[in-house]
Design a protein around this ligand. Structure first.
Ligand code: HEM
Length: 503
């Protein structure tokens, strides 16, 4: 009797679960939107949860499986998400209808470091973006070039020691040391010895930030099943404490007064001295946010995380491709030599502008290896896609696979081939808008785009002028990527042989 009751109860429970899943997972099919079949509880991201695939790869696979569909329905846990594949719709989301898609809808923990420009939403984001944009004007970038040049000098000295040793070298390690030095100097005014002091705390922080602990992993997985769960937890207090104390130390050293050399911290110092920053709203009201040490630390944190890995990864993939494509490397070298002949041999803000082919190689690197491959947006109100009767609800997450678009043969005829001509100004002008998106697009695109480009190009020009790269024994032609990586990280490392050029 008891056994029968248990059996009936289990059956009822199972039927209710099935009904619940069926209801939840009919969301997109009810709207006539196709998509992969979700699994109970995990939705379409089981491979991501079990670390078999990166989110980037998972979304890219869906894009190609549903090629021809402009919109594809997905589930994160039970939460519906929309993958937008059509460049015209993408343009609407990122640019034309930005008012409805201003936020990213990031899952962040309760740490005060989450109050940063990347994760901020609504008015807070608008104020921060407006106040931080002047850090990256052409004038400010030009002022930063001498600081970057100092870092390039240290970089070349370091590479020189490698060339002396005549051994194969893991390039990512080398470019990371350089970008870490630049971020330390330009963003924090710190002279970090990244090249010789392997264990310096500033660089070590990156290991803490980018390598997830088991509890981080677990929380991320649970947050995928129960969206918003992460917000209930305060995590990574050690990282928060480090950045707050670092910012306080730098501010104290400057005795609360901005230096003449305006770097990021100076800028934040000025804002902090105002106490509060505000923005006038359309309805004449004023929205205010308080700038305290935590707020400054949060912005410093995002410049560190968003600037360091992306730029060093791009430079390392660029060196990898140049080693595999000697004719492209020779052409870059020719261009550098020709431009420098006119600029007294100096690689600076002016001369770098004339190295167009070098820039094309950089851009093509980001096409083939889109290091930050997914763009996220969240609908802040109900939204109907033009020319359809598809309406998504407020709060729906929208994804765009920059990786898939830039490797789609519909836009780039031989996507696996490294061909800088893909991004010549002539070919770029023929591409539909919002197909090449390594830095995102619209008002919420990458604020550090020009800074990231300049710091990479200055170093690459100086490096390629002096050194030549060739494949090493350990070089893998086709790289595979770490499924746990937040950005594109090669599983096998990037190995190259470096030698000095005979001049
Ligand atoms: C090769 C280098 C870089 C790449 C490929 C890259 C890529 C991106 C991408 C794809 C986004 C999202 C854009 C969107 O959603 O439309 C982004 C946002 C952002 N990036 Fe970068 N980035 C790079 C360098 C940098 C640097 C050097 C900094 C700062 C020093 C930086 C700071 C940021 C910030 C703060 C955001 C958020 C902007 C906002 O939400 O308003 N990035 N980046």
């Amino acid at each position: 009797m008891i056994l029968n009751a248990c059996f009936c109860f289990t059956l009822l429970l199972l039927s209710l679960c099935c009904l619940f899943c069926y209801k939840k997972f009919s969301y997109w099919s009810d709207k006539n939107i196709k998509g992969p079949t979700p699994w109970p509880i995990v939705g379409n991201f089981a491979n991501v949860m079990f670390q078999k695939k990166s989110v980037n790869q998972c979304i890219k696979d869906v894009y190609f499986k549903y090629k021809g569909e402009k919109l594809v329905g997905l589930y994160r846990g039970f939460q519906p998400m929309l993958l937008v594949n059509d460049p015209e719709y993408i343009k609407h989301i990122l640019v034309k209808d930005f008012n409805c898609f201003q936020n990213r809808g990031m899952s962040t923990s309760k740490s005060r470091l989450s109050d940063n420009l990347f994760s901020a939403e609504g008015e807070e984001w608008k104020i921060l973006r407006q106040k931080l944009t002047p850090v990256f004007t052409s004038r400010k970038l030009r002022d930063m070039v001498p600081i970057i040049q100092e870092c390039v000098e240290s970089f070349l000295l370091f590479v020189d020691t490698l060339a002396n040793r005549n051994v194969d070298y893991e390039i990512r390690d080398m470019t990371s040391k350089y970008t870490m030095k630049v971020i330390g100097k330009c963003a924090f005014g710190l002279d970090v010895d990244t090249f010789t002091d392997e264990k310096n705390q500033f660089s070590e922080m990156a290991n803490l930030i980018f390598k997830q602990t088991l509890s981080d992993r677990l929380l991320t997985v649970l947050d995928m099943i129960f969206p918003g769960l992460k917000k209930l937890f305060v995590t990574r207090l050690d990282i928060q404490d480090y950045f707050v104390s670092l910012v306080r130390k730098v501010l104290l050293e400057r005795e609360g007064k901005p230096l003449i050399r305006k770097d990021f911290i100076d800028f934040m110092l000025e804002l902090r001295d105002c106490g509060k920053i505000n923005r006038k709203l359309d309805n004449e009201k004023v929205c205010e946010i308080e700038i305290d040490d935590y707020m400054v630390a949060a912005q410093a944190f995002v410049f560190y995380t968003a600037g360091y890995e992306t730029s060093s990864a791009t430079m390392s993939f660029m060196i990898h491709e140049l080693a595999l494509n000697p004719e492209i490397q020779d052409r870059v070298y020719e261009e550098i030599s020709q431009v420098l002949a006119k600029y007294n041999g100096e690689i600076n803000y002016e001369s770098i502008k004339y190295m167009k082919y070098l820039e094309m190689v950089f851009d093509e690197t980001l096409r083939k290896y889109t290091v930050a491959g997914i763009l996220f947006r969240k609908a802040s109100s109900r939204y109907t896609f033009a020319g359809t009767n598809l309406t998504i609800e407020k709060g729906t997450l929208v994804l765009i696979s920059a990786t898939a678009l830039s490797t789609d043969s519909a836009y780039f005829p031989e996507p696996d081939k490294f061909n800088p001509e893909n991004l010549s100004s002539e070919n770029l002008s023929k591409l539909p808008k919002c197909v090449y998106l390594p830095f995102g697009e619209g008002p919420r695109n990458c604020i550090g785009m020009r800074f990231g480009k300049i710091l990479s190009l200055l170093a690459m020009a100086a490096f390629l002028k002096k050194f030549k790269v060739e494949p090493a024994n350990k070089t893998k032609r086709e790289l595979t990527f770490n499924p746990k990586g937040m950005i594109l990280i090669s599983n096998e490392g990037i190995w190259t042989k470096i030698s000095r050029r005979q001049t």
